[in-house]
Design a binder for this molecule. Structure first.
Ligand code: C5P
Length: 298
């Protein structure tokens, strides 16, 4: 029996790092929004082993791939045979700060749980997801949420009506940013991680009751300081977006994607053209309507 799943990506409307933990990770709070750009996965239970294939040759198809590791840990924790064939069709670029690999891992956990007759409950899946990566638990569901801890504690928020009808422009240049590098760089920018906790919840509340124009300058990402320092193009992209019609713009997670939220699709379209005219065409330049009716993993 085959099972097809799509896995979405995300942007962080806020990423506030508040300290370094003893385990080497950083303590943070994020306001995360699911974004309907999808990878597609096909699962088929087989006799033995994990067989992963992918349409992009630069994506690992062994234990270097989070979907592969998700399949391995699911089998170990659920006490089922590890045999599965996974076909992964990527659309979401890696090292873009969009959580594509984490989404693939969450989709794998949910699909295998279904194929094996739901041996694991929600709490057990959540725990497994957190072991795989800080962003994976968020992708077990498909609503906007505040994430805390190292990113694995998920609290759903009221609908962000301030984003209704807006258009999201995603720009990912031709290079990626390795996540560990972004976090390591924070040590050189102590001011970027000295804000108090509570900002993610505050922004969520504000976007639930008021307009984006009023909340746009509260979008914040601690990782912009180290990442913009190393990759100045990203800072230029953000500045140009804010000067050319975006109501909010921010580095997405650890980058390299920069997102801009525009009042409507026409503004996003002309902003995309302005960015292209100024900085040349970028490998990913995509417009998505917000929030729309979201159809993510299930
Ligand atoms: O959890 P995940 O595998 O996504 O994390 C990738 C890297 O990002 C970690 O190895 C760590 O360097 C950094 N990170 C961090 N603090 C977090 C999340 C990630 O330092 N809360």
């Amino acid at each position: 029996m085959k099972l097809c799943r799509q896995s979405h990506c995300k942007i962080n409307l806020l990423l506030n790092v508040t300290g370094r933990r003893d385990d080497g990770f950083h303590e943070l709070e994020m306001l995360m929004l699911p974004v309907p750009i999808f990878d597609r996965l096909e699962f088929e239970l087989t006799g033995d082993g994990i067989e992963l294939t992918c349409n992009w040759s630069d994506i690992p198809t062994d234990s270097g791939n989070l979907a592969w590791r998700a399949a391995e840990s699911f089998a170990a924790k659920a006490g089922v045979a590890v045999g599965v064939r996974i076909r992964l069709e990527k659309t979401i670029p890696s090292e873009g700060g969009l959580g594509g690999g984490s989404g693939n891992a969450a989709a794998t956990l949910l699909a295998l749980n279904k194929l094996h007759g739901q041996p694991r409950g929600q709490a057990a899946l959540q725990e497994l997801a957190a072991e795989l990566g800080s962003d994976v638990p968020f992708f077990l569901q498909n609503e906007a949420a505040v994430a805390k801890g190292r990113g694995e504690i998920i609290e759903l928020v009221a609908p962000l009506i301030g984003l209704d009808g807006k258009a999201l422009l995603l720009v990912r240049p031709g290079f990626g940013v390795p996540t560990p590098l972004a976090y390591e760089g924070l040590a050189r920018f102590p001011d970027a991680s000295n804000r108090p906790l509570g900002q993610a919840g505050e922004l969520a509340k504000r976007l639930a009751i008021s307009s984006l124009a009023e909340a746009g300058n509260e979008f914040y990402n601690s990782l912009e300081a180290p990442v913009f320092d190393k990759y100045p193009l990203l800072k230029l992209l953000k500045g140009h977006a804010l000067a050319n019609g975006a109501e909010a713009a921010l580095l997405c997670g650890s980058g390299s994607t920069v997102f801009a939220i525009c009042p409507d699709a026409a503004t996003a379209e002309s902003l995309g053209q302005a960015l292209e005219g100024r900085f040349g065409s970028q490998p990913l330049m995509q417009i998505v309507d917000l929030p729309g009716k979201f159809a993510g993993v299930n």
